[in-house]
Design a protein around this ligand. Structure first.
Ligand code: SF4
Length: 202
């Protein structure tokens, strides 16, 4: 993996995903690409039908090498879905995986603005410009493993505390639940019946 000189010129590639019609059905992706080309430090803009698919990822890898990109912006869906995919993709292209930024054009734009072609397109441009802005400040990161103590202290034995303790225990942590009252259950334990079943609360 190539290391980045701190003073090296920014060379940002922007990859705009149609997601079939998920994004391209509500956003003018061509106009977003044209706009991205006007942004400072952007040296390459590519539009993909499905960026996460192999052909889309191969285009990213090819562009990183051909244009000597040192930052990548993927304008597609939520990072929750594909951030690991694109981090791995840029790593395979020879870049530090943390030099990749995402703009969420699907969950944050096309899916929430159906039927507003102009408004959604304008917002998509803003999201891309913001991601490019963040990308300028990205720095290489090195992953490390840190030992953690797999024990947890939960303070408060109300419903939230009980649920948190159970979830942590299910994940394999040793849990200590602390409650100042004589019994757990909190406010819930004081209720006679609960809606909608009208069952006893505990
Ligand atoms: S990268 Fe995300 S937005 Fe693009 S095709 Fe894949 S799932 Fe759809």
């Amino acid at each position: 993996m190539a290391t980045l000189d701190k003073d090296s010129e920014l060379r940002i590639g922007v990859f705009v995903c149609d997601c079939g019609l998920n994004i391209a059905g509500a956003v003018d992706c061509g106009a977003v690409c044209e706009y991205a080309e006007t942004l400072d430090d952007v040296v390459c803009v590519v539009r993909n039908k499905y960026t996460c698919a192999d052909p889309g990822q191969n285009e990213i890898k090819h562009a990183v090498r051909e244009h000597r990109l040192n930052r990548v912006v993927v304008a597609s869906c939520t990072p929750r879905q594909h951030e690991p995919t694109f981090r791995q993709c840029v790593l395979e292209a020879g870049l530090n995986p943390y030099l990749m930024e995402m703009a969420n054009l699907r969950e944050h734009c096309s899916w929430v603005h159906p039927g507003d072609w102009d408004g959604a397109t304008a917002k998509a441009k803003d999201l891309v410009a913001s991601a490019v802005g963040r990308a300028r400040f990205l720095e290489e990161q090195v992953e490390m493993a840190v030992p953690v103590t797999r024990r947890a202290l939960v303070i408060g034995g109300g419903v939230a505390g009980i649920e948190a303790a159970l979830e942590l225990a299910e994940q394999g942590h040793q849990v200590t639940l602390v409650e100042k009252q004589a019994s757990i259950g909190g406010i819930m334990a004081q209720l006679d019946k609960t809606y909608p079943t009208m069952d006893c609360s505990i």
